[in-house]
Ligand binder design. Structure first.
Ligand code: AMP
Length: 398
């Protein structure tokens, strides 16, 4: 069976067509600038690449173009749309309404639209638009929602609750939900496979470090805590997000800068993080270039990022009562040796013996062990594959 994975953003739509027998990506690409002038679809398939510059006033037109590209002469990989067995849609936030991946029914779509939009106002409406667009174009193909939050549904109450009035948690659903769940799930399972152990035997800290970053404690294959919170703003400082900050400091800053509540949250999401600290960039490659040129604030931003990540590793080792493995993944986790080194150095007391040489080897897309052979705690770099998890979960639902 072939499964189409769709990741719809407010003005974008990324896709992959995956053959579930071989788990190979047959075709992939993305539409950009949907609903804005200059929309474009970049499609890859059959070893070819093609750019379609076509007007895409909405997601329905975008998905029609994607389906045409999948059957196109140059980049096409299927003859008929009937070859697509199902569509798996990435959804950022589930709230407490969905604990696991779910097949789309009219009731499911209603819950998604009426209950979860306010939890992820930028992402969930886009996902629902993507689902509706696909349903219009492929009315008889099963659709699944796969949530970024599902893997974190196993967190105990003591981990996901904030210290607020319990009635407010019950009434408004304000609690930690986490994010990047499909990535944490994938890399923790891959770590167990690589180490030749059962997930139940391992205590793993997975560090998904990218433009958005989250760290998760995976005990026996299950998430027991994670660094992101009610929204992906919490945890370590990120590209442009502040990470954890005292709520009183937010109120103080908003008053001083004359910001409304929502402007203050936008400020914390878009103007802070390593971009705010360095004053240079949210991109870690630019920060490294800045450090090489002697920029002290770039060095400070990198230092803060590694320090805060290390604190979560230590905290989660304590939470799990031990540590067998640390996994690094995503853009920074896979490609930035200095961050991995700064996070792991000083963790010898936990049993981490770091291998500088192995750490310096360039990312080649394979799983890499960057701890010494005799390290009690294994440190691994594992490329993430969120699309494959979405496709697998969709296939399981069928
Ligand atoms: P992600 O959100 O997972 O795509 O990660 C994106 C971030 O990874 C970028 O903002 C960069 O800071 C960082 N990064 C560092 N090296 C690379 C690389 N070679 N390729 C992609 N991202 C990189």
């Amino acid at each position: 069976m072939k499964i189409l994975v769709v990741n719809a953003g407010s003005s974008s739509l990324k896709y992959q067509l995956i053959d579930m027998q071989t788990e190979k990506v047959l075709a992939k690409g993305g539409c950009e600038r949907i609903g804005i002038s200059g929309s474009v679809l970049k499609a890859k398939g059959n070893g070819n690449e093609k750019v379609y510059e076509k007007d895409m006033p909405n997601h329905k037109v975008a998905i029609e173009l994607v389906l045409n590209a999948l059957r196109d002469e140059g980049v096409g990989v299927i003859k008929s749309m009937d070859e697509i067995g199902a569509v798996g849609h990435r959804v950022v936030a589930s709230g407490e309404y969905f604990k696991k991946a779910t097949l789309v029914t009219p009731e499911v779509l209603k819950t998604l639209e009426e209950k979860t939009f306010e939890l992820a106002p930028l992402h969930n409406p886009a996902a629902a638009t993507g689902v509706r667009a696909c349903m219009e174009v492929m009315p008889s193909t099963p659709m699944a929602l796969v949530f970024d939050t599902s893997f974190h549904a196993t967190m105990p109450e003591k981990a996901y609750l904030y210290g607020i009035d319990y009635n407010d948690y019950k009434t408004y659903g304000v609690r930690k939900y986490g994010a990047h769940g499909t990535s944490h799930k994938f890399v923790s399972a891959e770590a167990a496979r690589y180490l030749g152990k059962k997930p139940e035997q391992l205590k793993i800290v997975t560090c998904h470090l990218g433009n958005g970053s989250s760290i998760t404690a995976v005990d026996g294959g299950k998430c027991v805590d994670t660094s992101m919170g009610f929204t992906p703003l919490a945890g370590v400082l990120m590209g442009t997000r502040s990470g954890d900050i005292d709520a009183s400091a937010v109120e103080f800053l908003a008053r001083k800068k004359g910001l409304s509540h929502s402007d203050a949250v936008t400020y914390l999401n878009k103007k802070c993080g390593v971009a705010g600290i360095s004053g240079v960039s949210s991109d870690f490659r630019d920060l490294e270039a800045g450090v090489a040129a002697g920029n002290e604030r770039c060095a400070l931003a990198l230092d803060m990022f590694s320090y805060q990540t290390k604190k979560f590793v230590g905290a989660y080792a304590a939470v799990m009562g031990g540590l067998d493995c640390i996994v690094f993944t995503a853009g920074i986790g896979e490609n930035t040796p200095c961050v991995r080194e700064d996070v792991c150095k000083g963790l010898e007391f936990l049993g981490v013996k770091f291998d500088d040489k192995a750490n310096a080897v360039k990312n080649d897309g394979s799983i890499r062990e960057i701890s010494a052979k005799d390290s009690k705690v294994k440190v691994l770099v594992i490329p993430t594959n969120e699309e494959l998890v979405i496709a697998r979960e969709t296939a399981e639902l069928l």
